[in-house]
Design a protein around this ligand. Sequence first.
Ligand SMILES: [Zn+2]
Length: 106
Amino acid sequence: MILQCPSCRSIRIAARHTGRKVCTSVGTAAGAASGVAAAASGARIGASVGAIGGLPGSVLGGLLGGIVGALAGGSAGAALGDFVDDNILDNFECLDCGHTFSVETD
Ligand SMILES: [Zn+2]
């Protein structure tokens, strides 16, 4: 598909992905927070298991929970951001005249 500026007919078009960027950041932060919170309960189990194995299970569990949560939140945020970009925001910008516009995607 070739995008064309509806204002000046230029084909020098850039995708802005504003919603994607914002939602990915928010999702990553929220995911990390909830991941750490979930890991806190898991950390208690990890601590007892880790104590047996001689590993700092609580630290490991907390780290893993935060990373997994951040990744999950980040990808969920990116998906949400794509939806916002596609449906709500003007997602494309003309590099010639600066006109911003959205394109219907199937
Ligand atoms: Zn233009």
